[in-house]
Design a binder for this molecule. Sequence first.
Ligand code: GDP
Ligand code: IMO
Ligand code: MG
Length: 421
Amino acid sequence: MDVLLGLQWGDEGKGKIVDVLAPDYELVARFQGGPNAGHTLEFDGIKHVLHQIPSGIFRSQILNIIGNGVVLDPIVLQKEIGGLAKFSIDYRKNLLISKKATIIIPTHKLLDAALEQSKGEKKIGSTLKGIGPTYQDKIGRLALRVGDILSPDFKEKYQALVEKHKTTLSFYNHPLDQLEEMEVQFFEAIEFFKTLNLIDSEYVVNQALAAEKKILAEGAQGSLLDIDFGSYPFVTSSSTMTAGACTGLGVAPSRIGEVFGIFKAYCTRVGSGPFPTELFDQTGEEMRKEGNEFGSTTGRPRRCGWLDLPALKYSIMINGVTQLFMMKADVLNIFEEIEVCTHYELPNGEQIDQLTFEVSNMDVKPIYKKMKGWNCSLEDVRSYDEFPEELKAYVSYLESELNVPIKLVSVGPDRVQTILR
Ligand code: GDP
Ligand code: IMO
Ligand code: MG
């Protein structure tokens, strides 16, 4: 099984690349996260954003699995499947959902909002899709799972959990006036959910591996948002790394093949938390405009800054990345000079290139290497040979620093704007 992951703070372009690579695979599987993800695909003039459904869904010969590690919102899923109607996708055949995946219920979303509000200035900038409270219930051994919806006492189990949530919500003084309407939608979505292909996905995945079928695990979020290794507490609540693909699908570590690490040629972050190379000036503004850096799930403007090598090296290390894919190179077309952060300077003047516990908890000054930009359009570039010399130099420099080959460079959002090396 190969794994594809974001190495930064999410939105690296995972959806686009899963869609590009999918024809080489028989199965594509999501292993963590949920509707907080927004994975954009563009082909034949169509732009489509997926949240919970794996990005192999547009390729008719591929099975798409939502694994046990995912937290799933039935309302969002019903809408998402509705949005696929115009593509005549046979989702009852091509979309398989683990009975062990966890269900997001309406009060999880209210709890997410209540917790964020209570944090005031220290808010995480959550997508408010109920991710944190749902994983909290999963770890707390309280949650409802997909298989539970088939049980005759599902409503009672649901009600018992809601009562617990209501106690917490009243502690936060959070209004419940939306709940009734949300519940109507929820139970309607549950009826639809029951008609989908619900499976024990760990068997399907392992049987596929035994038959030497190729599987691609599609990460959501990014390594710097990982619950253990991200900039805690400004993280998501799941394991976004290679190891998460093992627990989120029931696959042994020894079955992992290639690990594709995706990064933007610069950095973005949506939500709060440390971002050493963030630009607050005109350059940052131009990056946001040129890269159309607005959230695929929430529409929020993304914070922008130069590439951060210490952070990238860290993500490569914890994931065992074997191939790098560099996205959105075209966004840097507009700059005469490009900067790359090579080290952080600590308040005591020391320079380091590691994301230690201390570094993630203090203001550090990025030290930059300046490089000449290519400053021309990449729109019609279709092979590495056609790259301007400055872009080739940028790629070579990064490879020499990161010690992992950059096997793919993306120069635009469309499937065809993908250059393999
Ligand atoms: P994901 O969450 O990692 O799948 O990424 P998102 O879909 O949230 O955000 C990536 C955005 O960049 C989407 O709007 C893509 O269409 C777009 N995109 C992907 N690759 C490229 C690229 O090489 N160049 C440009 N300009 N846009 C890209
Ligand atoms: P994809 O898969 C970018 C961020 C949120 C917030 C933090 C916690 O599209 O790359 P959560 O809703 O999980 O409690 O939010 O994580 N975040 C993402 N940022 N891309 C994502 O997913 C994200 N999913 C969550 O903005 O800062
Ligand atoms: Mg996204």
